[in-house]
Ligand binder design. Sequence first.
Ligand code: GLU
Length: 300
Amino acid sequence: MPRVAWRTRFAPAPTGFLHLGHVVSALHVWGIARAFGGSVLLRIEDHDRQRCRQDFENALLDDLDWLGFAPDLGETSEFRKGAHSFRQSDNAPRFESALQRLACRNLLYPCVCSRREIECATTSPNSEELLYPGTCSTRNVDPSLTTARRVRLSQTIESFNDLRLGPQSQTPSLQCGDFLLRDRLGQNTYQFSVAVDDFEQNINVVIRGEDLLASTGRQLQLARMLGRTDQPLFFHHALLRRADGLKLSKSLGDTGVAEMRESGMSAARVIGKAAHAAGLIDKPVPVSQSQLQDLFSPTS
Ligand code: GLU
């Protein structure tokens, strides 16, 4: 049977400047794609209009260019002439049509619950995460009162085999309950945007940080509701942590790619530093773009 070509994506949100944690993600995406003969789509995830900024997007594209991470899938974009990339907010109608498809099957309902009301209601048994108790699912809320829309989940257990972490099973209805697809500001949520785009863009390998592991079951169930019949492969890589255990973040003062570049470091040294921090190589030696795939070679 011919193997289906791998299509993966790098999907940063322009909510800050690129730091070493992003480089770790990018080197996994491009390295794995190259090692297994796949292609990469660059998708700018700007669904959170409050936090996304144009200067972050420009800086992010410049840093990726400098590092040599070039996408090879997607339309020739308007916002970056000549480069293959995609910006989520540039094509809003597909989200409307996805909501319509769910609404027609009674899989969507308006929600007027405040965060405080939900906080008072319940948390998920095994985590701090809020579990929406379904309050509005039976309330017959007038849809004109709010733009907030939740998906009506089934009790299904979602199973998938993570290429790094092994077999996983998640039950979204017990973890977070009916989650929001659109919020009360009228913005599409992360889960909704990613499920729609990974489906519509035929992404069949999802490579991202393990902080997003719990989202996978939600996105799988939602994608099926939207009509997706195949299941992508998943690889959730380990995250870089600061000494205090927190995730890396520019707002916490972690060194950005731009600062490393300005200090005279080469792109290969930055990638090598990220590969070393991620435990992929023993010493922080430079790693060029053409050496990336060796870190993930199928025979290694
Ligand atoms: N946009 C998300 C982020 O910047 C990543 C989305 C994904 O890979 O599913 O964290």
